[in-house]
Design a protein around this ligand. Structure first.
Ligand code: NAD
Length: 332
């Protein structure tokens, strides 16, 4: 039986990847600091442990592994990455995990490795125009990510590529652009915009206003989780070894995303764009927004993998809204 390890299997993308690998007939070992939050893991073995510890990494990376997926990272939404307070932990924790993993995968001759990078590694100077951001893979340098999270991702991309060049590591690198969907964090500060909008709209009553951080004109694209998993597997099956975007090209403003959630709630809700002094007064810091515009550019993926994601954002939001509504009903 073919064997796979999923690092970060207790998290959003990792837990979905475990399900996918099980459906493909793999024996799967999951590793994470914590268990899955929303459904029971389908992994054959689930190890709770800290991947910053090289001893644990030695233990979980076997000699006869076919696939290893590295999703573990210290991360969160804008309220976690862009406020500054978590910078040292984000860099230190994720870099340690990746340093341990790259080294051990070479030592144990793992057949193929996936590393999850992020669109946050793209230079901020190409993402100032909300209508026309540039995120083609070849625009990565000169580097100027807008957060320490992005710098760590760029460092770790280079780390895995160096292990490829010097030690023959067989690695694929995906730059994820805002992945969302059911069973993702939806509350507590680490959630991303689609989940935050769905939660807020689901909690509002008729006549309420839904708070959006900033002027709401900043743009993003969001990729539904099923298509993220499909893209990763297509990349893994391919011979393409350079870092590549995994995202949607359906760009919307954050206010448009908020309006989608409001429409799905079928309530009379207005949008309250909280900015400047009003925001500072409420939260004690500037609006944590990231770049002004960001969109996936799928040209390279289309040309090299022969497939691309095309699930409409609205459909993904529908599933996510229903799932968050069900979570809220459970906690009532
Ligand atoms: P997530 O936070 O749900 O999952 C990450 C998991 O890693 C968590 O379960 C966490 O407990 C685990 N982890 C963190 N530190 C650990 C440690 N020291 N030892 C063991 N486990 C540890 O995040 P996700 O959304 O599933 O993202 C997966 C990967 O994809 C991450 O590397 C993330 O940076 C990257 N990514 C995600 C997105 C997105 O929109 N979700 C976008 C870009 C990149």
């Amino acid at each position: 039986m073919k064997k796979a390890v999923v690092m970060g299997a207790g998290g959003f993308i990792g837990s979905h990847m475990v399900k996918r690998l099980k459906s493909e007939g793999y024996w799967v070992r999951g590793v994470d600091l914590k268990h899955t939050e929303f459904t029971k893991t389908e992994a054959d073995e689930f190890i709770i442990g800290d991947l910053r510890d090289p001893i644990l990494v030695q233990k979980v990376v076997d000699k006869d592994l076919d696939l290893l997926y590295q999703f573990a990272a210290d991360m969160g939404g804008a309220g976690y990455i862009f406020v500054g307070d978590n910078d040292a932990n984000v860099m230190h924790n994720s870099a340690l995990i990746n340093l341990n993993t790259a080294h051990e995968c070479v030592k144990k001759n793992v057949k193929k490795v996936f590393y999850s990078s992020s669109a946050c590694m793209y230079p901020a100077y190409n993402q100032t125009d909300p209508d026309n951001p540039m995120c083609s893979e070849d625009s990565a340098y000169p580097a100027q990510p807008d957060s320490e999270y992005g710098w760590e991702k760029l460092f770790s991309e280079r780390l895995f590529k160096a292990f490829e060049r010097n030690y023959g590591l067989n690695v694929r690198i995906g730059r994820f652009h805002n992945i969302f969907g059911p069973e993702g964090t939806w509350d507590g500060g680490k959630e991303k915009a689609p989940a935050a909008m769905c939660r807020k709209a689901a909690k509002c009553q008729d006549g309420d206003s839904l708070e959006v951080w900033g002027d709401g004109q900043q743009t993003r694209s969001f990729l539904y989780i099923d298509e993220c998993i499909e893209s990763v597997q297509k990349l893994m099956e391919s011979n393409f070894t350079e870092p590549i975007n995994i995202g949607s090209e359906e760009m919307v403003s954050i206010n448009q995303l908020a309006q989608m959630a409001i429409d799905l709630s079928q309530k009379k809700i207005t949008i309250n764009n909280l900015e400047g002094e009003a925001f500072k007064k409420k939260y004690g810091h500037e609006v944590p927004m990231g770049v002004r515009g960001r969109n996936s550019d799928n040209k390279l993926f289309r040309e090299n993998i022969g497939w691309e994601p095309n699930y409409p954002l609205l459909k993904g939001m529908e599933h996510t809204f229903k799932w968050i509504q069900s979570q809220l009903n459970r906690s009532d």
